[in-house]
Design a protein around this ligand. Structure first.
Ligand SMILES: [Zn+2]
Length: 220
């Protein structure tokens, strides 16, 4: 049974559950999807009394209080914007979501590439992406990135694209399509992205804020 504890940081109470794990080698803090905090503590460390471990664990939480407050806010914001879908879908859901994501990205790629297809403002109608050939389009459950483009021009997108707001989805698709012309992240690449989506920076910032998925997930 996990023990409930709390600390006060900047007059804010941060509650956490203490889990004693026989397998844990070190003290670890985790912030879960809904903002719940879990402190994992080694059940036993040779030469150290349990009271000493507990004192060390509590100091660990205090030392990370500012970081915790930030992570809890993020998690709460995220669970509001993306109710329970993002991290908790099971294998059955995945197949269904993958199909939906594939339809979505195929449709978007076609819209940006087909000559003359209408695109939402302020995306450039006569963009350099019109008419460019691309390889296969795939959707994956990637852990570390939102999308990628291979040397052969195959495009792959994270299934979580489904949960992004449309302007951010568009940015992601345009980003990968621009790699068909610039296979790098050089200033030339970013100039190209800006030419297609003049307000791409705002969309990129939203994508990288961690609001829609794991922090640190790259664009690819
Ligand atoms: Zn990229």
């Amino acid at each position: 049974m996990d023990q409930k504890k709390s600390i006060t940081h900047d007059s804010r109470v941060i509650a956490y559950a203490v889990h004693r794990s026989p397998r844990a080698k070190r003290i670890r803090l985790t912030v879960r999807g809904g903002g719940e905090v879990l402190l994992t503590v080694p059940a036993r460390v040779r030469w150290i009394t349990r009271a000493a471990i507990d004192a060390r664990a509590e100091r660990f939480v205090r030392d990370h209080a500012a970081w915790l407050a930030r992570k809890i806010d993020q998690a709460e914001r995220r669970s509001r914007t993306m109710p329970h879908l993002l991290e908790q879908f099971g294998p059955g859901d995945y197949a269904r979501l993958k199909d939906r994501a594939l339809v979505l990205v195929r449709e978007k790629v076609a819209r940006f590439v087909a000559p003359g297809a209408p695109v939402p403002a302020p995306i450039e109608e006569r963009s350099p992406l019109r008419g460019i050939p691309h390889g296969m389009i795939a959707v994956r459950n990637q852990r570390t990135c939102w999308g990628s483009c291979s040397r052969k021009g195959n495009l792959s997108f994270n299934v979580r694209i489904l949960f992004l707001p449309e302007p951010v989805q568009d940015y992601l698709v345009v980003h990968e399509l621009c790699h068909l012309l610039e296979f790098n992240h050089s200033p030339r690449f970013w100039a190209l992205v800006a030419k297609v989506i003049p307000d791409y920076l705002e969309r990129r910032r939203a994508l990288r804020s961690g609001e829609f998925g794991r922090l640190g997930m790259g664009e690819g």
